[in-house]
Design a protein around this ligand. Structure first.
Ligand code: GDP
Length: 444
């Protein structure tokens, strides 16, 4: 998980102060010293750390903490608020222009994830905000980038505007905007060229494009794995262009946190989105408060709920409830449920969003046994439709066949059948209880 080292150290530090009924200046000093070291080790900009610690100290030995009934908790609240502010405070939303289309220019160094993020952003705009974006291939120096964008467009079923590599990017951008107006696209997302380093020619071209299409957003895509370098890149781009926001990519890796925590403070530009993987749905609006909460081990229940809501179709959820009540829940439904949870993302990431997950011994560094889940899936998939609907018919020879078909053993098949049987029994008890026939469950 990203920020693991930082999260570990900060959580240990706040744990010490959490339950204190009285917090002395010495306690605050010790805590801030540890917070400072943790942040520096996570590659957060030196000056940013200094200012942050100063603010935390002032507030933590101020009235709001010392006179509070729960000073330990209050100190943690201060740390959380300051971390949130550091990352921009409120969530920074994407622009919606008064006139359509809203124009977005994507800038950044080569390899930062610009082209991938262009696809992801379009996908998000369509899925979450119901928009009709046009992708524009204006990276004429890397012909593969045009193909890459076209492939993404096909995969996502989104239009891609391209004029090949013989026309200047500025002209491509201008014509793309005209095209979008005609075709009623409400967003235009322009993928521009990147270089290995910031260079003058590239900047000139981007500046010209900015002047000629007058974008509503100029997003700088930066690779979070590059830490302080990402912050330096952001500073140099910002000197030349009117950057309106940052998109941090590769937050799924073991980034230490430096870029996420310093970029807003150093450049004044908010992080608007964060990418957490190579797949097209792995881009999320960046919420400073939720991120601070995650780093401090308080979990990110809101994101978890949102992810669940995206996957669960309400009509289907109602049907499922009905099935559970009427005892007609089958292995088919079970399989579907498993797929829905899977679609929410890697299980490790989901667990990381649970409050206190970092502290729980059993959960920390948990490698969710994907293999075991795959076995369960394989067993169900090896059943015939009839068996899935009515598992009671699964006798000895059927069990052998299912085990063979799924590459598992009869005892694994037995275990799953027993679990399913127990689950149904429990549902029955719960339903009976609702009907007032409460057996098995007693309330005091
Ligand atoms: P560009 O040169 O800036 O257009 O970069 P690309 O979009 O081609 O991305 C460079 C590499 O980074 C590709 O292999 C992407 O799949 C990968 N990548 C982009 N975003 C992410 C991310 O959020 N997580 C991970 N793990 N990889 C990413």
């Amino acid at each position: 998980m990203a920020f693991e080292g930082l999260a570990d150290r900060l959580q240990k530090t706040i744990q010490k102060i959490k339950g204190k009924g009285k917090v002395t200046e010495a306690d605050v000093k010790e805590m801030t010293r540890e917070v400072r070291l943790a942040l520096l080790e996570a590659d957060v900009n030196f000056k940013v750390v200094k200012d942050l610690i100063k603010r935390i100290k002032e507030r933590a030995i101020g009235q709001e903490v010392m006179e509070s009934l729960t000073p330990g908790q209050q100190v943690i609240k201060v740390v959380k608020e300051e971390l949130t502010d550091l990352m921009g405070g409120e969530q920074s939303k994407i622009a919606v222009a008064k006139k359509t289309p809203t124009i977005i220019m994507m800038a950044g160094l080569q390899g930062a994830g610009k082209t991938t993020t262009t696809g992801k952003l379009a996908n998000l705009l369509r899925k979450k905000y119901n928009r009709n974006p046009l992708l524009v291939a204006a990276d004429v120096y890397r012909p593969a980038a045009i193909n890459q964008l076209q492939t993404l467009g096909k995969q996502l079923n989104l239009s891609v505007f391209s004029l090949g590599t013989e026309i200047s990017p500025v002209d491509i951008a201008k014509q793309a905007v005209e095209h979008a107006k005609k075709e009623h696209h409400d967003y235009v997302i322009i993928d521009t060229a990147g270089r290995l380093h910031v260079d003058e020619h590239l900047m000139d071209e981007l500046k010209q494009m900015e002047e000629s299409v007058n974008p509503d957003e100029v997003f700088l895509v930066v690779d979070a794995m590059t830490g302080q370098d990402a912050v330096n890149v952001a500073e140099s781009f910002d000197e030349q262009l009117n950057i309106t926001g940052v998109i941090l990519t590769k937050l799924d890796g073991d980034t230490r946190g430096g870029a996420a925590l310093s970029i807003k403070a150093v450049t004044g530009k908010p992080i608007k989105f964060a990418a957490t993987g190579e797949k097209m749905d792995q881009l999320e609006p960046f919420h400073p408060e939720r991120m601070a909460s995650r780093i401090l081990g308080m979990g990110d229940v809101l994101t978890l709920i949102e992810k669940a809501q995206e996957q669960v179709d309400e009509k289907k959820a109602k049907e499922l409830e009905q099935k559970m009540r009427s005892m007609s829940f089958t292995f088919e439904d079970f399989l579907e449920q498993m797929e829905q949870v899977r679609n929410m993302g890697p299980l490790e990431d989901l667990i990381g969003m649970l409050p206190g997950a970092n502290k729980m011994k059993g959960l920390k560094n948990v490698q969710v046994d994907e293999k075991q889940l795959k076995h369960v899936e394989a067993i169900i998939q090896s059943m015939t439709k009839e068996e899935r609907l009515n598992p009671d018919i699964i006798n000895g020879s059927r069990k052998k066949r299912i085990a063979r078909g799924s590459g598992t053993s009869v005892s694994q098949v037995n275990r799953l059948l027993k679990q399913f049987h127990d689950m149904k029994k429990m549902m029955k008890q719960m339903t009976n209880m609702k009907k007032g026939k409460g057996k098995g469950f007693k309330f005091p």
